[in-house]
Write a protein that binds this ligand. Structure first.
Ligand SMILES: [Fe+2]
Length: 168
C-alpha cells in the first residue's frame, strides 16, 4: 500500500457556509449536462468548471490545520439519488492525491455513511451540509451503501501535497 499521512485524515466541519453550499449546487445545476459516470454508471457525476472557487474557500483552513501546503487537482460534483450505491474502490483519476468529500446539500437527515477503510480501522463518515472529510482517496478504499435519501450532493475536491524543494 502506498504511503499516506494518517494525520491528514480528518473532518473539516463547516468548511463552507450553507449559503455557499447552495450557491455551488445552483452552479452545478446550471452547467451544461455532461454524463461522466465514474465507478457506478447510475450516478450523475461531473467535473465542474468552478472547482477553483470551492478550493479557494477551503484551502486556507486545510493548509493551516494540517501544517503543509496542498495544490488543486480537480473537482467533481455528484448527485446521489435513492438507490444509488458507491461500490468499494480507490480513486484512479490521479496519483497519490488527497480528496475532500464535501456535502453541498441533501433532502433530509439520513446519514448516508461514507465508509473509508484503513488497514486497522474503518471511518464512518457522516456529513452535514458544509461539512467535509479529508482522506487519501487514491490509496484508501471507500464505499457507500445503497442511498436511502431522496438525494444529496457530494463534492469531491482533489489535492496534491506540494513538497518543499529543499526536502527532495
Ligand atoms: Fe472515490
Amino acid at each position: 500500500m502506498a504511503d499516506y499521512n494518517k494525520n491528514y485524515i480528518k473532518y473539516f466541519r463547516n468548511i463552507i457556509t450553507k449559503e455557499d453550499a447552495k450557491y455551488f449546487v445552483d452552479k452545478f445545476q446550471n452547467e451544461p449536462t455532461m454524463n461522466d459516470p465514474q465507478v457506478d454508471g447510475s450516478l450523475i457525476n461531473r467535473q465542474v468548471s468552478f472547482g477553483n472557487e470551492i478550493f479557494d474557500k477551503c484551502i486556507e483552513r486545510i493548509n493551516s490545520e494540517l501544517d503543509t501546503k496542498f495544490v488543486y487537482l480537480g473537482c467533481w460534483i455528484r448527485k446521489y439519488v435513492k438507490g444509488n450505491k458507491l461500490t468499494r474502490h480507490s480513486d484512479n483519476a490521479f496519483k497519490n492525491g488527497y480528496v475532500l468529500s464535501l456535502n453541498l446539500g441533501k433532502s433530509d437527515n439520513i446519514e448516508n455513511i461514507l465508509y473509508v477503510y484503513e488497514e486497522d480501522k474503518t471511518h464512518e463518515v457522516i456529513l452535514d451540509i458544509g461539512d467535509s472529510f479529508f482522506f487519501p482517496g487514491t490509496i484508501l478504499e471507500h464505499e457507500r451503501e445503497e442511498i436511502k435519501s431522496d438525494y444529496f450532493y457530494s463534492c469531491y475536491l482533489a489535492f496534491k501535497e506540494q513538497k518543499s524543494l529543499s526536502l527532495i
